[in-house]
Design a protein around this ligand. Structure first.
Ligand SMILES: NC(=O)c1ccc[n+]([C@@H]2O[C@H](COP(=O)([O-])OP(=O)(O)OC[C@H]3O[C@@H](n4cnc5c(N)ncnc54)[C@H](OP(=O)(O)O)[C@@H]3O)[C@@H](O)[C@H]2O)c1
Length: 276
């Protein structure tokens, strides 16, 4: 699988594993752990989670999945904006670490812009970094102007901006992705399958047929066609995990990409940041 590099030099696989909605139903716990383990075994060694998901339940699923195999993994979690004062960020991280059963988080993100001053959140991140509790920090759901605010607030070591990105949600190509590229900052593309909404799309399905595959795999191959995108599909189903891993082998042709541009035109002007 191809790698994507963060500004500080860490390389991660272009396809990782999402966890939103995991940890909600105890009867699904073992299957969710198995899905994450299967993904890791197939090389999807980046796992994205957040304190928000199932009120910490998703982090507990991740904790069970990574138990005894922490080395070589890249764990991403997120602090809720209303926790993101300097002290609150540290306290939230401690709780995430306990649920994850890990001494450190590789990349800790501010989940979306909130009421606390960015300087405060960054101070919390830097304190956690100095203590070895997080290796890097970043942001999520920040538009181009917000990204500038983060840099101006002293966040020059920000490693990524995690944003909604898939063929049907490509407004960020106009400005935010351009700004991020100028900072050598890769995108973490969330909801790359539009939460299942792209499954069965006729144009993607037709392209998938040319590659002995399907619409979901084409959507993922499309997201990671760029060298600066990590896509983090969530799959609780083992077959879906395998299909998503296989998407990394699909190379879309110029004709495939043109057909996707026809069905999902790229932005021609600035758009409000879309979030889920
Ligand atoms: N930073 C943020 O604000 C933010 C917001 C949203 C999401 N995220 C992150 O991004 C991750 C991914 O986004 P998401 O969970 O919203 O949606 P998604 O990954 O676009 O879609 C997940 C859905 O697609 C299904 N699926 C997965 N692979 C499939 C395949 N090969 N064929 C058919 N269906 C498939 C899954 O079903 P099964 O589970 O049954 O396999 C699930 O219902 C999240 O889990 C989370 O980690 C971050």
């Amino acid at each position: 699988m191809k790698d994507v590099r963060f500004p500080a030099g860490d390389s991660v696989p272009a396809l990782g594993l999402g966890t939103w909605h995991m940890g909600q139903d105890p009867s699904h716990f073992n299957a969710e752990v198995a899905a994450l383990r299967h993904g890791m075994e197939l090389g999807m060694t980046l796992i994205d989670t957040a304190e928000m998901y199932a009120d910490g339940g998703a982090e507990q699923v991740v904790g069970a999945a990574i138990k005894g195999r922490r080395e070589g993994l890249f764990i991403v979690s997120k602090v809720l904006p209303h926790h993101a004062s300097a002290a609150g960020t540290i306290a939230a991280c401690e709780q995430s670490l306990a649920r994850l059963g890990s001494d450190y988080i590789d990349l800790y993100l501010l989940h979306w812009p909130g009421q606390h001053a960015l300087q405060e959140s960054i101070r919390g991140f830097e304190t956690l970094q100095q203590a070895g509790k997080i290796r890097h920090y970043g942001i999520s759901n920040f538009d181009a102007a917000g990204l500038h605010d983060v840099i101006a607030a002293g966040g020059g070591n920000c490693q990524t901006n995690q944003l909604l990105y898939n063929p049907s949600r490509r407004g960020i190509e106009f400005d935010t992705l351009v700004e991020m590229a100028a900072l050598n900052m890769p995108l973490m593309a969330y909801s790359p399958l539009q939460q299942g909404g792209l499954i069965g799309h006729p144009v993607l399905t037709e392209i998938g047929r040319r590659h002995d595959s399907d619409a979901a795999a084409v959507a993922l191959a499309w997201a990671i066609r760029r060298d600066d995108v990590i896509a983090i599909p969530k799959a609780g189903d083992l077959g879906h995990v395998r299909a998503n891993r296989a998407a990394a082998e699909i190379v879309l042709s110029a004709a495939d990409l043109a057909a996707i541009d026809d069905a999902f035109p790229p932005p021609t002007r600035r758009q409000h940041l879309e979030v889920l």
